[in-house]
Design a protein around this ligand. Structure first.
Ligand code: DX5
Ligand code: ZN
Length: 214
């Protein structure tokens, strides 16, 4: 089943509870949380305390996207504070296989993330054990950027490998998602569609949500 995951990066940080409730009311059951450290990406967002507070606010699925250098140091703690899904970038670690084990041993779903420039071949040998693959459709670090069209071919390539090898991972896309790009990605095999500014800036979020899945 295809899902839209609102990225809380585009929410009102002074009243996250209100924005989370509003999303729950229109049927959202998974939230995407972007952790940025100012090293791996040129921006800083939020970390442990904010996610702990969000965990107390909602029982929906929390999908934590780590845009941090050295995720090896942090993944376990992100599992401990109530994340349901944790993903990290292949570009940020030499020990992806081990990190996936850490996340799964904590009983969480493990995801691997690829920047637009990173080929799928870099994760070939861990694809059998990940729960999801996040293909960045913008260069990570900021909300509100333009979708990179070339990523459509990458989604197709990953979907083909999944079919050929009979793997079970889900394909997630993140960045520049609107009604048009959501459909282009879903048609090529994406299952989990992260959407930040387009959904939060919409004046009729319920209608926008249904359009994003049409
Ligand atoms: C970008 C983040 C995204 C971001 C998407 O680095 O990983 O999750 O919030 O925002 P939009 O949908 O506005 O491109
Ligand atoms: Zn993200």
């Amino acid at each position: 089943m295809k899902k839209i995951l609102p990225s809380l990066l585009a929410a009102d940080f002074s009243n996250l509870q209100k924005d989370i409730r509003e999303m729950e009311d229109i049927g959202i059951d998974m939230f995407h949380l972007d952790v940025m450290d100012g090293h791996f990406v040129p921006n800083i967002s939020f970390g442990f305390p904010v996610i702990e507070s969000i965990r107390k606010t909602t029982n929906k699925t929390l999908d934590v996207h780590l845009m941090v250098a050295n995720p090896d140091i942090y993944v376990e703690e992100f599992c401990n504070i109530g994340s349901d899904m944790v993903s990290f970038h292949i570009e940020a670690t030499n020990h992806a296989d081990r990190l996936i084990d850490v996340i799964k041993n904590k009983g969480k779903r493990a995801g691997i993330v690829l920047n637009p420039q990173t080929p799928i071949s870099t994760i070939k040998h861990i694809l059998h054990k990940v729960d999801y693959v996040l293909l960045m459709t913008v260069n990570p670090g900021f909300g509100g950027q333009k979708f990179i069209e070339g990523m459509l071919e990458k989604i197709e390539e990953l979907d083909k490998i999944r079919k050929d090898k009979k793997y079970n991972f889900l394909i997630q896309v993140d960045g520049g998602i609107n009604i048009v790009t959501s459909k282009l990605c879903r048609d090529r095999g994406a299952d989990l569609i992260v959407c930040g500014s387009f959904l939060f800036n919409s004046s009729n979020k319920e209608k926008t949500l249904s359009q994003l899945l049409k």
